[in-house]
Ligand binder design. Structure first.
Ligand code: CO
Length: 652
């Protein structure tokens, strides 16, 4: 992950103000804009010496500003900044107005923790390595070379310990390299956890419960000891597979505007979500038809299902506690992405406010996706077949031991898909000699992968043929007996979800359940509402109990579908500050009002869970596991939108 730090404090403010600025209200924040906002805050009289930048992001423009925008018109440009004051533990929410060079909002909050700041990863690791008590605990285990010790900063959560509500904490889990650069997840130092104060930069306490043997999986599987690739053991029967697009790709990128055949969208970005998909439209002739206003992975939670003291408090909120945008990879051609790729760079601001670039963070390309449709008239043997393509917009974030690839697919047949690829390392644990566990799978001598789950909540601000939409649940049911003389009949049963409480729903594969987002205003040629259906993929529910800490803190996980009326302040399913929160915020809190949701501007929240009972094949690097959902046109078009696909030029 190559990163280059640019010292933005050296940039002259006058130059920044005169630098080219956004040409559309939804344009991603430029480096100059981030630097300008930071510079204004630094020179403000409320800026303190121990204040640290947690996030610098575009403050989302009002929808009417976006809808009313015409090329060349002026618009406000606001930056939303969150800072942590390590001096007094307060959090600061600041809005910088770039056009007027003013700071209209500077709010001081107490009792909330911003997400973990990227600098805090390295700082906490070094401070823990330097702590004499920690060194003594390592010496007890025969470990004296602290340069080989690795600390993963797990978010602290909230389990009722008063310091969890008053101090900025992480729980440090410990690993040790056998050789520098090897896979340290082969060697967990389990039975010990370091509670560390990020503001004071010091160890609060060391929970040293038991001395366990250091697993020796790296020795057992010697080929993994020095890296991830088994040296000299690569397959030799893999020939080159080249993607050639002799006339270039079929999409165009202008700034953040992406056009591909009939699809148009704007690429967005935030420190917290990473990739955002804005203003998705499908154009037929002169008819520009909106489908989605804004879509992003709004929260992710990974609860562990192992009762051992080290594992039981592992509950990472990878979006809200860490920031997927801040942890995005710099992608490489031919490895992460294949074919004719268009990259977009991204950036974030570090604790000091300096701009950190992430070159090639967003990957845009198109893929062949097999056949779209085919028919052979068996009477005449005439055959027609068309190939299908999809446009792919993606990024990959490394959150500690795991990688998450977030892929948005737009198909020529009107479908939109979201896929999340999970790969990387298991966050491993250790067993004593002769000890077994029911809460994970043994991977090697003394080494096991604890069971856990991954829950992803995607926020879909829908706009199917306009802002006024309704959400309908459709189950397939057998016909009633009086209509069913042959016993064969079944039909779709529609239930309009009219209020927020009605719309807290779960999947039902045995009823072939789906949810349909319909236009309140537009109908198709048959007079029924135009719509898109949300089709669930793999899913599950949490196995944590009602009494668990995570039940309160990630309440959104307990329903697969939530629907809310659009509110510009409601963006985060587990609340704006999930880090160390006691819980109850976000979707459960908003929907308690049970607001009406029919024929209004609705936001659909889809939660999907990947259940991870670990297996041997997850080790040492987990092959991609995939989870996702589909938005499929359902009466949106009057006939198949794929009928006009051209035949392939090279059928023979
Ligand atoms: Co997993």
């Amino acid at each position: 992950m190559a990163r280059f730090v640019v010292g933005c404090q050296t940039v002259d403010m006058t130059d920044l103000i005169e630098a080219p600025t956004a040409t559309h209200p939804l344009d991603r924040l430029s480096e100059a804009e981030s630097a300008a906002a930071v510079s204004m805050i630094r020179s403000h009289d409320r800026f303190g010496p121990k204040m640290r930048f947690a996030s610098v992001d575009l403050r989302l423009p009002a929808k009417d500003v976006v809808h009313g925008y015409v090329t060349g018109s002026s618009f406000d440009r606001q930056v939303e900044v969150v800072m942590f004051d390590a001096g007094d533990g307060s959090t600061h929410e600041i809005v910088v107005e770039l056009n007027s060079n003013t700071i209209p909002v500077w709010e001081r909050l107490e009792g909330v923790q911003p997400s973990i700041i990227i600098d805090e990863f390295g700082e906490s690791q070094q401070a823990i390595r330097d702590d004499p008590d920690f060194q003594a605990a390592m010496a007890k285990r025969g470990i004296t070379d602290m340069s080989l010790v690795v600390i993963d900063p797990w978010s602290a959560g909230n389990y009722g310990d008063p310091i969890e509500s008053s101090q900025r904490l992480i729980r440090g889990l410990v690993w040790v390299h056998e050789q520098p650069g090897d896979n340290h997840y082969a060697r967990p130092i389990d039975g010990i956890m370091v509670i560390f104060d990020l503001a004071e930069q010091k160890v609060v306490r060391i929970e040293d419960e038991r001395v366990l043997p250091v697993p020796t999986a790296s020795v057992e599987s010697a080929e993994w000891a020095t890296g991830f690739t088994p040296e000299g053991r690569e397959r030799t029967d893999v020939r080159p597979l080249e993607i050639i697009q002799s006339e270039g790709p079929s999409f165009t990128v202008t700034g953040d505007q992406l056009s591909w055949q009939k699809w148009d969208l704007r690429v967005g970005w935030s420190t917290r979500e990473g990739l955002v998909i804005n203003t998705v439209t499908y154009t037929e002739g002169d008819d520009v038809r909106p489908v989605l206003y804004r879509a992003s992975l709004a929260e992710m939670t990974v609860p562990y299902g192992d009762p051992s003291s080290t594992q039981a408090r592992k509950n990472a909120f990878d979006v809200g506690e860490y920031g997927m945008g801040m942890l995005a990879n710099s992608l490489t051609l031919g490895c992460d992405c294949l074919g004719e790729i268009h990259y977009l760079d991204a950036h974030f601001c570090n604790a000091a406010g300096d701009v950190v670039q992430i070159p090639q963070a967003i990957c845009i390309h198109e893929e062949d996706f097999g056949i779209s449709w085919k028919h052979t008239d068996f009477q005449s043997e005439a055959t027609e077949v068309r190939r299908l393509r999809r446009l792919v917009v993606s990024f990959i974030a490394t959150v500690g031991n795991y990688e998450y690839g977030i892929y948005w697919y737009f198909y020529q047949d009107g479908r939109i898909e979201n896929e999340i690829k999970l790969t990387g390392m298991l966050s491993t644990a250790a067993l004593d000699t002769g000890e077994t566990t029911d809460y994970g799978v043994k991977l090697g001598d003394h080494l096991y992968g604890p069971n856990h789950q991954h829950f992803f909540c995607t926020r879909l601000d829908m706009a199917v043929d306009g802002n006024a939409n309704r959400v309908v649940e459709v189950d397939t049911v057998p016909a009633p007996a009086d209509e069913n003389p042959w016993g064969n009949a079944f039909r779709g049963q529609r239930t309009v979800l009219t209020s927020e409480q009605d719309a807290q729903r779960r999947i039902d594969p045995l009823a072939a359940r789906y949810w349909k987002v319909e236009s309140s205003d537009r109908t198709n040629k048959m007079g029924t509402p135009t719509g898109y259906k949300l089709i669930a993929g793999e899913n599950c529910l949490p196995f944590a109990t009602e009494e668990s800490s995570i039940r309160a803190r990630a309440g959104y996980m307990w329903n697969h579908l939530w629907v809310t009326p659009y509110n510009e302040d409601e963006l985060w399913p587990a609340g704006k500050y999930p880090n160390q929160s006691a819980g109850g915020e976000g979707l459960p809190a908003w929907t308690a009002a049970d607001r009406p949701i029919d024929d209004t501007d609705v936001v659909v929240w889809y939660t999907m869970g990947h259940n991870h009972l670990t297996s041997l094949e997850d080790w040492p690097v987990m092959p991609v596991a995939s989870i996702g959902f589909t938005l499929k046109p359902s009466g949106f078009f009057d006939y198949s939108p794929a009928m006009d696909l051209p035949p392939s030029s090279h059928c023979h």
